[in-house]
Design a binder for this molecule. Structure first.
Ligand code: IPM
Ligand code: MG
Length: 364
């Protein structure tokens, strides 16, 4: 068997801390299962800037393209906020460069309720119990990358800033297929979000998702909801949603919102993939990362919650290695460790990153 190539890019602040924890779990399970792996580590974000004066080197981009999967910690911090470089966002943000160069347009952001954490959410138990939502976010287009964008001086010395929200049919078609494939694998229900009442992109979005669903996924029930009302409904009755599809900007918003059901941002993994996946599939070249940021305020203290990174490793087992059984095992073990009361500070506990990680490894 050929070795599975994992590129680990810890990034900044707590990024390397949670990445190390996740790698421990990855190595433990791949050793146990006799899966040959090659792990390479490199720099991304501020850590890369400090050494190379760029947030992502060409070398790292090339390594990422050659890897079977890329595990990212978190990037950024106040030290690098003031650095001004000209050019598109792919130059100013290393992670964005990787997302675009690898064309990982299918961002999967799952959030579920964890029994031991129900009382860490603002919900009553009966409202959130069983909640399990997969946000499918279009990750390569829309208002994040539309041209032109910029800033100029308009009449009377007013500053004018602008960006364009644009989508081509093929971009909507391909992400619709990703969401519908995921929905077919789960409860065969998809909710697609848009602002088709005011936005042209929203109209094209609704038409296109509707057409792909009718023509290619007649077994999946699709509901189209306006974004504003959808947020209200998802917040109110999270258990009534399963797979939720949204464009880049709306997907960014709704994926944080559904995170509330998990009890902490420290519990949210993600996978950015270059195509659709159903269980048992293997896809190369995905970027796996916790949804949380680099948390400079707690960096270096060894108290960051490693679970989002560890659950991102679970997603590597699921989608890059096609081993959903191992992914499930990680998830169940995380729940047991939480049930034992092993909480990091974000969950109101005192456990360290390493205590939580070792707790998980011991049970695996
Ligand atoms: C995310 C983040 C990023 C995004 C930022 C940091 C550029 O919010 O991954 O959700 O908006 O995509
Ligand atoms: Mg976000």
């Amino acid at each position: 068997m050929q070795s599975f190539k994992l590129l680990a890019l810890g990034g900044d602040h707590i990024g390397p801390e949670v990445t190390m924890a996740a790698l421990d779990v990855f190595q433990h399970l791949t050793t146990r299962e006799q899966i040959p792996v090659e792990i390479d580590e490199d720099l991304l974000g501020g850590a890369s800037w400090d050494v190379h004066q760029t947030f992502c080197t060409d070398d790292v981009a090339a390594k990422a393209k050659a890897a079977d999967a890329i595990l990212v910690g978190a990037v950024g911090g106040p030290e690098w906020d003031a650095i001004e470089i000209d050019g598109p966002i792919t130059e100013t943000d290393g992670l964005t460069r990787l997302r675009i160069e690898l064309d990982v347009y299918n961002a999967l952001r799952p959030a579920r309720a964890w029994k031991p954490l129900l009382n860490k959410t603002p919900y009553r138990d009966n409202v959130v119990t069983g909640s399990n939502i997969l946000v499918v976010r279009e990750n390569s287009g829309g208002i994040y990358y539309g041209e032109p964008r910029g800033r100029d001086t308009a009449a009377q010395g007013q500053q004018r800033a602008y960006e364009i929200s644009e989508y081509h049919t093929f971009e909507i078609e391909r992400i619709a297929r990703c969401a519908l494939t995921a929905a077919r694998d789960r409860k065969k229900q998809l909710v697609s979000l848009d602002k088709s009442n005011v936005m042209e992109t929203g109209k094209l979005w609704r038409e296109t998702v509707g057409r792909i669903a009718r023509d290619e996924f007649p077994d999946v029930t699709v509901r189209h909801l306006l974004m504003d009302f959808a947020l209200y409904e998802i917040a109110r009755k999270p258990t009534e949603f399963d797979v939720v599809l949204a464009d880049n900007l709306f997907g960014d918003l709704v994926s944080d919102l559904v995170g509330i059901t998990a009890g902490s941002l420290g519990m949210l993994p993600s996978a950015c993939l270059p195509g659709p996946v159903k269980s048992g599939d293997r896809i190369r070249g995905g970027i796996y990362e916790p949804t949380h940021g680099s948390a400079p305020d707690i960096s270096g203290l060894g108290i960051a919650n490693p679970i989002a990174a560890i659950l991102s490793v679970a997603m590597i087992f699921e989608y890059a290695l096609g081993r959903s059984g191992l992914a499930k095992e990680i998830e169940t073990t995380v729940e047991q460790v939480l049930a034992d009361g092993l909480f990091t500070v974000d969950l109101g506990g005192k456990a360290t990153t390493s205590e939580v990680t070792q707790g998980i490894i011991k049970k695996l």
